[in-house]
Design a protein around this ligand. Structure first.
Ligand SMILES: CC(C)(COP(=O)(O)OP(=O)(O)OC[C@H]1O[C@@H](n2cnc3c(N)ncnc32)[C@H](O)[C@@H]1OP(=O)(O)O)[C@@H](O)C(=O)NCCC(=O)NCCS
Length: 160
């Protein structure tokens, strides 16, 4: 269901990133120009601190979303996710977040915590992260205006 992004996914990622509903959920709330996207993506697919995973579904012909992790060091990474419109609201986001976090923890053995910065009005996203096991993070050092911060910690042996 999740696979690593390749150069061939560039166009899909740009289209989804610029979907008006997705733009509205981003921190900048602006559309990304194709040149800017291509420059970013070309470096991002090969960078060791970025993991971009493409969501596929057996009932869909093409990709249905992405989940991306940016490893900021100190055992922490930031997650972002988007599904194409027809695949939202079916609980897929919750599964993708859970599976994506497992992949990221597998990719970076020193990764301890995944952070999600979600716009406060994006209740679907807050719910999806909550259902995937994220908890509200009250650390004032992590706050970002207009956003809630949710965090997920690497499970320990014996955790339920
Ligand atoms: C956010 C996103 C990944 C969530 O995935 P999803 O598969 O749509 O979410 P789910 O179907 O798992 O729904 C999660 C919960 O939100 C609820 N929900 C869905 N749409 C909602 C809405 N518009 N308002 C409030 N709650 C909503 C669902 O009922 C569900 O709640 P439940 O746990 O009580 O049943 C997906 O909606 C998406 O790609 N949105 C656009 C991009 C985006 O917002 N990205 C996140 C940026 S931080």
């Amino acid at each position: 269901m999740l696979r690593r992004a390749t150069g061939e996914d560039s166009r899909f990622l740009l289209e989804l990133r610029n979907d008006p509903d997705v733009v509205a959920t981003t921190s900048t709330q602006r559309v990304v120009a194709p040149e800017e996207h291509c420059a970013w993506f070309e470096s991002a697919v090969s960078r060791p601190d970025v993991l971009i995973l493409i969501v596929e579904h057996p009932e869909a012909e093409g990709p249905v979303g992405y989940v991306r992790f940016q490893n900021g060091g100190s055992g922490m990474a930031e997650i972002s996710i988007a599904l194409v419109s027809g695949w939202r609201g079916r609980s897929l986001g919750t599964s993708v977040i859970s599976l994506g976090c497992l992949c990221a923890m597998n990719e970076w053995s020193d990764l301890e915590q995944v952070l999600a910065f979600v716009r406060s009005d994006n209740m679907a996203s807050v719910r999806a992260f909550d259902r995937a096991g994220f908890a509200l993070d009250q650390d004032p050092g992590m706050s970002r205006e207009g956003h809630v911060v949710l965090s997920y910690s690497r499970p320990r042996p014996g955790d339920q």
